[in-house]
Ligand binder design. Structure first.
Ligand code: BGC
Length: 379
């Protein structure tokens, strides 16, 4: 019954354009999309912020710069809404350097060794923006471009589709790639992200979302007391520049083993090297067609639990190791080391150099598809 009412609300939203619509029905249910100006880029391009509000009052804020999630307010065990993703209040801070807070990352998320790869007999050169490698799409990746946005009707909750056409040769990659990212904030408090892409030349594609979560609320401290389970028994070891060696190793008897729930901080001191902390790709044991449970995180004080489901073969656990207290986020909060964690669903890093890794090459006529769901509950 509720679903039908919400859907009718959406139809009227579409017919009147972008304005807030209340779904009439039980309780105080509202499902809406609000659009507002969020400033201009240095090139004078207008950026908008969209607020998705679902039928139970949770909200997700997304800006068209970087198809980026700036804020996500979900209930704690007492029903109190709190923001669980790190971010800024204004465009200026997003335009300045930041570690991909909330961004859609592409054309190829994570690293490509030495910024070069060979495809169909041709060698391509990319920007070395994380010496000696390319990281997260290069100098001006998908996180630094303005996407076109369109709200969409869905019976599950408010939804926003963002689209971007990446030109042949952009950041050194072959082929014109048309990418779509759709955020849906479902009425049962899941943020579902669906990606699709098509190309006119063979090209590597690996899209993900780079949100930094803190389930206690972003103003509260580090995430070391969050309890994490990763449904993976293997990972891809890397060299000192975080490029996979090509091996696939068991997590058993290492600090990477989260097959049973453990505090993120429990064994973090055992990780060697600078800056210290988790930054690795897990090999998920799963059927790729349907989004499958990849990780669960619970935070004891707030009672919030987040489950991550994905169609991807891998997931990067990154424990905010490079946050160093230099960035001030929303509400003037200084983001220190381990203040947020990322769970980035993805193809394995540097897959272009490893035949044994699932391929990230998209060919003309094929459609790249990936779905990742961040589902929130309480306990
Ligand atoms: C990478 C880290 C990197 C971080 C911020 C993560 O996806 O795995 O190595 O520092 O993004 O750029």
């Amino acid at each position: 019954m509720r679903k039908v009412v919400v859907f009718v609300g959406w139809m009227s939203l579409l017919s009147v354009g972008l304005c807030s619509v209340e779904a009439k029905g039980e309780k105080k249910e509202k499902s809406s999309v609000k659009k507002e100006a969020f400033g201009k880029t240095e090139d004078g391009l207008a950026v908008e912020r969209y607020t998705l509000t679902n039928a139970v009052g949770s909200t997700a804020k997304i800006i068209t710069y970087g198809a980026l999630l700036t804020e996500l307010n979900v209930p704690d065990r007492d029903g109190k809404l709190g923001d669980v993703v790190l971010g800024f209040d204004n465009l200026k801070d997003y335009l300045a350097e930041h570690p991909y807070f909330g961004a859609t990352v592409g054309r190829v998320a994570n690293r490509i060794a030495k910024g070069t790869f060979t495809l169909e007999g041709k060698t391509y050169k990319l920007a070395i923006n994380n010496p000696p490698n390319t990281l997260h799409g290069g100098q001006k990746g998908f996180d630094k471009v303005v996407w076109k946005a369109e709200p969409k009707a869905t019976p599950d909750g408010p939804s926003l589709e963002l689209s971007y056409v990446s030109k042949d040769g952009e950041e050194g990659y072959p082929g014109t790639l048309t990418a779509h990212v759709t955020y849906t904030l479902t009425n049962d408090n899941a943020l579902r992200i669906d990606y699709t892409a098509t190309t006119d030349k063979a090209t590597p594609v690996n899209l993900t979302n780079h949100s930094y979560f803190n389930l206690a609320g972003t103003k509260t401290g580090d995430i070391l007391d969050h309890e994490l389970t990763v449904f993976a028994t293997k990972y891809t070891p890397t060299d000192e520049t975080l490029i996979p060696t090509g091996e696939i190793k068991p997590v058993q008897d290492t600090p990477f083993d989260f097959t049973k729930p453990r505090r993120i901080g429990e064994r973090i001191d055992r990780l060697k090297g600078e800056p210290g902390g988790y930054d690795l790709n897990y090999v998920l044991t799963k059927d790729k067609k349907e989004p499958t449970l990849a990780a669960r995180v619970s935070e004891p004080k707030s009672g919030r639990v987040m489950e991550v489901l994905t169609t991807e073969p891998g997931i990067q656990l990154y424990s905010g190791n490079f946050l160093d207290g230099k960035l001030k986020g929303r509400g003037d909060v200084v983001y220190k080391k381990h203040w947020g964690f990322c769970l980035e669903a993805q193809h394995f890093p540097d897959a272009v150099h490893h035949e044994r890794f699932p391929t990230m090459i998209l060919k003309p006529g094929e459609t790249y598809k990936q779905t990742t769901i961040y589902a929130f509950k309480t306990k």
